[in-house]
Ligand binder design. Structure first.
Ligand code: CO
Length: 187
């Protein structure tokens, strides 16, 4: 098992679209194990493969550390597809890739999700509340979308300085990161 560095705001990979997985290779199983390790050591409740620089449509989620969610099982979600959604609610979100930036985001209350599980079998499951929110946040990552993109422009503007600091690698985090200062930008 390995804890991997998390790519932060400004790194190009976070803006790329991840590709569907066609089989559960040993490499992918290792990736999933490392993603759980990385998420847990950073005290996150969800992580998309994009955030560790891997463009596979894979998410890991574990909300069991959240008050009231102690019974929630860890989830591995491969090739997720939202079949339907209902309702709307707002909650403050954060992101391991955007340390110390938090804001209220509106998302659907419940979703019906089709995905492949760790046996690479298709399943369809309904999620609501926090789990639906975390899943949608992580699916956004697979499409190169960050939660701050969902804020109105005037609201996003309030985070400009914080975002610039992250891009310069000037942040204090308790986990290892890759910043845009570490990654050569072409063009
Ligand atoms: Co995130």
């Amino acid at each position: 098992m390995a804890t991997l560095p998390i790519y932060t705001y400004g790194t190009p990979v976070l803006r790329q679209k991840a590709k569907p997985v066609d089989r559960l290779s040993n490499q992918l199983v290792k990736l999933i194990i490392d993603m759980f390790e990385t998420m847990h050591s950073a005290q996150g409740i969800g992580l998309a493969a994009t955030q560790i620089g891997s463009l596979h449509r894979v998410l890991v989620i574990d909300v069991s550390g959240v008050e009231g969610m102690e019974d929630a099982k860890p989830l591995t979600i491969i090739n997720p597809e939202v079949l339907s959604q209902a309702g709307a609610w707002s909650m403050e979100e954060g992101c391991l890739s955007i340390p110390d930036v938090r804001d209220e985001i509106e998302r659907p209350e419940s979703i019906c999700l089709r995905y492949k599980d760790t046996n690479f079998r298709d399943v369809e499951v309904e999620f609501d509340g926090l789990l639906a929110r975390v899943i949608l946040h992580e699916i956004d990552h697979l499409d190169g979308i960050l939660f701050i993109d969902r804020l109105p422009a005037d609201r996003k503007k309030l985070h400009t300085d914080a975002l610039k600091q992250i891009q310069r690698g000037e942040m204090e985090v308790q986990y290892s990161v890759v910043t845009s200062a570490d990654v050569p930008v072409s063009g």
